[in-house]
Write a protein that binds this ligand. Sequence first.
Ligand SMILES: Cc1cc2nc3c(=O)[nH]c(=O)nc-3n(C[C@H](O)[C@H](O)[C@H](O)COP(=O)(O)OP(=O)(O)OC[C@H]3O[C@@H](n4cnc5c(N)ncnc54)[C@H](O)[C@@H]3O)c2cc1C
Length: 279
Amino acid sequence: MFEKLLAGRWIAGPSIQDGIKIAKKVNANMASAILNYLGEDINDMNDVNATVNLYLKLIDSIKSMKINADISLKPTELGLEIDKEVMKQNYVKIVKYAKKKGIFVWLDMEQAPFVDDTIALYKIGLPYKNVGICIQAYLRRSLSDLRYLSKLNSTVRLVKGAYSESPKIAFPSWADVTANYSSLMEYLFKNFSKFTIATHDNSLIEKALGLNEKYKKEVTYAMLNGIRNKYAYRLAAEGNKVSIYVPFGTAWFKYAFRRLREEGGARRFVSILANFRQN
Ligand SMILES: Cc1cc2nc3c(=O)[nH]c(=O)nc-3n(C[C@H](O)[C@H](O)[C@H](O)COP(=O)(O)OP(=O)(O)OC[C@H]3O[C@@H](n4cnc5c(N)ncnc54)[C@H](O)[C@@H]3O)c2cc1C
């Protein structure tokens, strides 16, 4: 009950069926879904194995119910913090199975210490041609990562970034994050053929729509479920490719905490405070 009140607007519910139900609603509004099974920083191999099995079942459900959906995985759900070899095997197992069923597999990007491992993991999936990776505009390194990923003919989902990072490696001011997002987005238009603009920030979305009149790339506009769905559906009705990221599962706390922090500009307040403390 408590979690429903706190997190219910963002999270589909505890089960695969809950995720599929929301994905159907999303599809009915001419958008595709990105389904994510909630879970991160998993330190128990039994939980990792259960997560992998759940993703295989999810892939079956997407296929059998003819849902238009990608899936999105977190490396720390697959065993990154326990055994990197096992994480790689788990990733390849899911990517191969998804490939067989015609489903696209994203890698979420988590905290900064995991970025190198996540990019290395993504590279392992590239030969299967059904994989994409998230890049965070708040990190100072991200232009260099995009340069590298462009050489690999990658599919990137650009986000602002959701974790608390040190100002040494991330822009502390939200205005600077937005400015960096804008310039990384231009880089995507100039150097990538297919990518996802994942933000609820309408100034960035309007800018992307304008840039695409010039560059004519395969752009998808993606938002998190329960934040600006009506706006997303309007973009879809206007003929744009749109995705809604739909998390489900019982490990909702950290995800909901990040969304609560972002709601109502709380993060901008925190970044102003961080700047003030630095100066
Ligand atoms: C499809 C998708 C996938 C993502 N994947 C990742 C990932 O793998 N790794 C990662 O670090 N981050 C990920 N994120 C989260 C992202 O990094 C941001 O934390 C989040 O999108 C908020 O940033 P914003 O771009 O919407 O900009 P903001 O400047 O935070 O928000 C722009 C406007 O959107 C509205 N808004 C934003 N958030 C909320 C909210 N919670 N409640 C109400 N209104 C809100 C407000 O009107 C706000 O003014 C993802 C986001 C999306 C859309």
